[in-house]
Design a protein around this ligand. Structure first.
Ligand code: 6PG
Length: 240
């Protein structure tokens, strides 16, 4: 694993740097493999990044969009990560509908939704074996409790190591989430984290010793590249 930590002065420069990094991974993936696969995070931080990506002239037919986690709500629900992403980005570009792979949250229950998403991922990556398919990029945020995707502290989702997708839980609300081993199979994992409220969690995630189940972002140790893009409000103390 290669780990890079970059602290940018403010959120606009953080977004610009994240855009630049994603575009470079996109270009390499398409050059080398003819397509680019990315799993997106929800929340508020990535929204301006998605709006920035939407302004780019890209080979949209070669780009495939997944979500690393999703709330167990219909795709037109205000809490839906898919809805936020479509409004900020996907509805603004000429990407084929077949290239957008949302979490099937209309399934009868979260477990079925997770199992169906896993099946769809395996079919897309043509992987029926035990190995985890590798996305080009998994984009992640981090909560002020050090959760990432929908892998929340001290939840059962943190113990799932033999699946691609599982059911997370936030305050009793079910979420659908990539498991941490599936996230770790990505070629590049990119955290984009902003705000002073994230500082205490970052200190624990970056500490030499701390409990992974209390600070789940510690579990993200990809075989590939790990990038932490932080604004100064979040990452000042981490600046080497
Ligand atoms: C979600 C996200 C979640 C998010 C963090 C940070 O579905 O909410 O995937 O993991 O990345 O909660 O959220 P903010 O960017 O809003 O702080």
């Amino acid at each position: 694993m290669s780990k890079t930590v970059e602290v940018l002065p403010d959120q606009p420069t953080l977004v610009a740097r994240a855009l630049e990094l994603i575009l470079s991974k996109l270009e390499t993936a398409i050059e080398q493999r003819g397509r680019f696969t990315i799993a997106l995070s929800g929340g508020s931080t990535p929204k301006p990044l998605y709006e920035a990506i939407a302004t780019q002239k890209l080979p949209w037919d070669k780009i495939h969009i997944f979500w690393g986690d999703e709330r167990y709500v219909p795709p037109d629900h205000p809490d839906s990560n898919e809805l936020m992403t479509r409004r900020a980005w996907l509805d603004r570009v000429d990407i084929p509908a077949a290239n957008i792979h949302p979490v099937p949250t209309l399934e009868a229950n979260p477990e079925l939704a997770a199992a169906k998403y896993e099946q769809q991922l395996k079919e897309f990556f043509n992987s029926s074996g035990v190995e985890f398919p590798a996305l080009d990029v998994v984009l992640l945020g981090m909560g002020d409790d050090a959760h990432t995707a929908s892998l929340f502290p001290h939840t059962e989702a943190l113990k799932v190591r033999d699946r691609l997708v599982t059911v997370g839980n936030k305050d009793g609300n079910p979420r659908i989430s990539f498991t941490y081993p599936f996230i770790n199979s990505a070629l590049s994992v990119i955290f984009v984290v902003a705000g002073a409220n994230k500082r205490p969690a970052l200190a624990q995630v970056f500490a030499p010793v701390a409990d992974d189940f209390t600070y789940p972002s510690r579990l993200i140790r990809p075989q590939g590249e790990l990038w932490w893009l932080l604004d100064a409000a979040a990452g000042l103390e981490l600046q080497h």
